[in-house]
Design a protein around this ligand. Sequence first.
Ligand SMILES: [Mn+2]
Length: 343
Amino acid sequence: MRNKINTHRDQLGDIKTLIERRDRFWVTTHIHPDGDSIASVLLFSAILQRYGKTHCIVIDDAVPRKFDFLPGIASIRSFDGLKPAFEPDVIAVLDASTLQRIGRVSGFMRPDSTVIHIDHHPESECLGDARICDAEESSTVELVYYLAAVCGLPITPDIATLVYTGIVCDTGRFLFPNITHRSLEICSDMVRKGADPGRIAERIYFRNSPETLKALSSALSTLEFHFNGAVASIHLNHHSCGSPERPDTEGFIDHLLTVEGTEVEFFMLKLQPGLFKVSFRSKSYVDVNEVAKQFGGGGHMRASGCMIRGEEKEVKNRILEVLGAHVHPSGAGEPPAARPRPE
Ligand SMILES: [Mn+2]
């Protein structure tokens, strides 16, 4: 961990200086916020608080209910199209690879706005006046944690809970290949400093509504395989779930990863007639960031997403056409390439 702080010493120093010199901050992250993005904005906000800075967290989306236990969560303001009460000197953009990803909040940025950008997506625009973009990190919250260390933020049980939660969520509960020895070391340290893994798991993963489980069952009943089993897909129309609320479908796609022999998984969630939110996962050789990019989306090599307009059949066919160029049509997988060992 020390090594990483050394690697980013200059950038961390630039961000710290900017925080010390300016007074009013907006802190934001991507739409459809997840555990990492929410933990990151809350941790950044704790750093600002330590310096006594005026700030607000503004996200162009609702915060999923499962994160309601996170310390400071009530301070997050869901963007309602109106400008927050004060003009910022600085906007901190966390865990979003492009400004498009922060939704309508970007509409309030001026060309001369000062931006801090902290992110771990590959091909991040890396757009800030002060920035750290490091795709070797499992999560953005790890990078914000380094900043917290450089700024001397004491690691209280609340802070430890934020960091641990962000890492757990972005590593698929320590199962995805993006996990590094650093992430595990940091988590171990966070547990020592008061994060409670059992309670955090219970809050995030074991409080599904019956509607969510029914929605999962209905999605899994649409399971299909393509290209001799190399690709698995499911779809769901969230209006058909019998609940007026959008069910929490995050994690549905991960069930497809459990099937032996598949390389790519995708999940089409119909948000409204003619509009699908599509998530992709891959296991060893297909770069699904490239796949999602073809539809105007993006993400990581092993997990990505995009929005696609069209009718269900047409959307699925377009996805399969793109995937056809990436998977072995015989269904035979390639051995995973040896992963470079990150520092
Ligand atoms: Mn992330």
